[in-house]
Design a protein around this ligand. Structure first.
Ligand SMILES: *Cc1c(COP(=O)(O)O)cnc(C)c1O
Length: 380
């Protein structure tokens, strides 16, 4: 049985909306489908202001612009993340200060944030790894006490909650990704969530190249022009048309993906009890959104051997992230602190195949092969 890592969900009726969008005569940004997608996110999750972007990377860059990040500002974020989280702030001249993760969950450690804040700190960026929430009450409390912005990189975290609140809605800004490896896909695409109303107008202006075009089209002003810096952060309406099909299937997609997660958990928990591996820890305040399923194994060597073994069995498992603080680009910019939990997660996490159409039989096959590996090689 061949089990790829990912199979993007692209139903045939995706093309109906693409064609209908094109037929309507306008496929530039902020068209009919962009508005439909915005309405979906606002109604479904109660977000006050959302803007579709060409990627989550772009939504993060918008957040950095809205925080008015300037050279010399410090931004605290986890090292265990995708480079876009850091790039967005580095391109504005920020000094990125990497924090370690917790010992049992690969999310940023609030105690680390507290230790790393200086008078130059301007923002905290959190990443809800695999859709499992960071401890937002503690993080928002630090931010309020120190007067800092909070940006939630919620690329993994659509439809997940912290104490009942949707992720992306808690910090000043939230960002989602619709890359083809995420829950809801548009090939490439993203979303910025603006939770503090005072930034809504400027967000729209930055989104449309520094112009007040959006307000003009709503009839709020009688001519539009260049009023601020910005870029072309808005996607083509055909990207939104593609995304819209996914949103129409949102509940169906989420039911299936959560089922894949539950199946993995049910079948791998017994291997945890044997001491072979660890399943993800989900704190009481967090929920599971079927983004990805990972296990951690006792050592980096075991991880690499297990991936190689699974590959010989036709199963594609992957690992990530290379810690950003020790990456080729950043290593000589890092202040030298050791981030032991980050390093341990980076060397021992293994991500299992995950896609909407992965049925129980496929999950059982993967779990069986993992069991076989440990039965033969022991739990070194
Ligand atoms: C996927 C991802 C991104 C980037 O998303 P794009 O839409 O590809 O730009 C950013 N942060 C995290 C944590 C991600 O997983």
């Amino acid at each position: 049985m061949q089990i790829p890592f990912n199979k993007p969900f692209i139903p045939w009726y995706s093309f109906m909306h693409l064609i209908r969008g094109a037929w309507s005569g306008t496929i530039a940004g902020n068209g009919m489908y962009t508005k439909k997608c915005h309405a979906f996110f606002e109604e479904r999750f109660g977000f006050t202001k959302v803007l579709m972007t060409t990627s989550c990377s772009d939504a993060l860059e918008m957040a950095a612009l809205l925080c008015r990040i300037e050279p010399g500002d410090e931004v605290i974020m986890p090292s265990f993340t995708f480079m876009s989280t850091a790039n967005a702030f580095l391109v504005r001249g920020a000094r990125v200060v990497f924090a370690d993760t917790l010992a049992d969950v690969p999310n940023i450690d609030p105690a680390e944030i507290e230790r790393l804040v200086t008078p130059k700190t301007k923002a905290i960026v959190v990443v809800h790894y695999s859709g499992v929430a960071c401890d937002m009450d503690r993080i928002m409390d630090i931010a309020h006490r120190k007067g800092l912005f909070v940006v939630e990189d919620a690329a993994h975290a659509i439809d997940s909650c912290y104490r009942g609140k949707p992720l992306g809605s808690i910090g000043h800004f939230g960002t989602f990704s619709f890359h083809e490896t995420k829950n809801i896909i548009a090939g490439e695409g993203g979303l910025l969530i603006v939770n503090d109303g005072q930034f809504a107008k400027r967000a729209e202006i930055i989104w449309e190249k520094g112009t007040n075009r959006a307000a003009f089209y709503r009839g709020e002003i009688d001519k539009y022009g260049w009023v601020d810096i910005g870029s072309s952060f808005l996607p083509s309406d055909s990207v939104a048309a593609f995304l819209f099909t996914q949103l129409m299937q949102f509940d169906n997609i989420q039911t299936r993906r959560k089922k894949v997660w539950q199946n993995y958990h049910a079948l791998l928990k017994p291997l945890e009890l044997k001491g072979y591996l660890k399943c993800p820890v989900v704190p009481d305040f967090a929920t599971v959104n079927g983004n990805l399923f990972y296990i951690t194994v006792p050592s980096g060597e075991t991880r690499d051997n297990l991936i190689a073994f699974l590959r010989t069995q036709g199963i594609s498992a992957l690992f990530h992230y290379q810690p950003l603080h020790s990456s080729q680009y950043f290593i000589d910019k890092h202040d030298g602190r050791v981030l032991p939990n980050t390093d341990r997660f980076a060397s021992t996490i293994l991500r299992l195949p995950f896609y909407n159409s992965l049925r129980k039989r496929g999950v059982a096959h993967v779990a069986g092969k993992i069991n076989e590996y440990f039965r033969v090689n022991g739990s070194r």
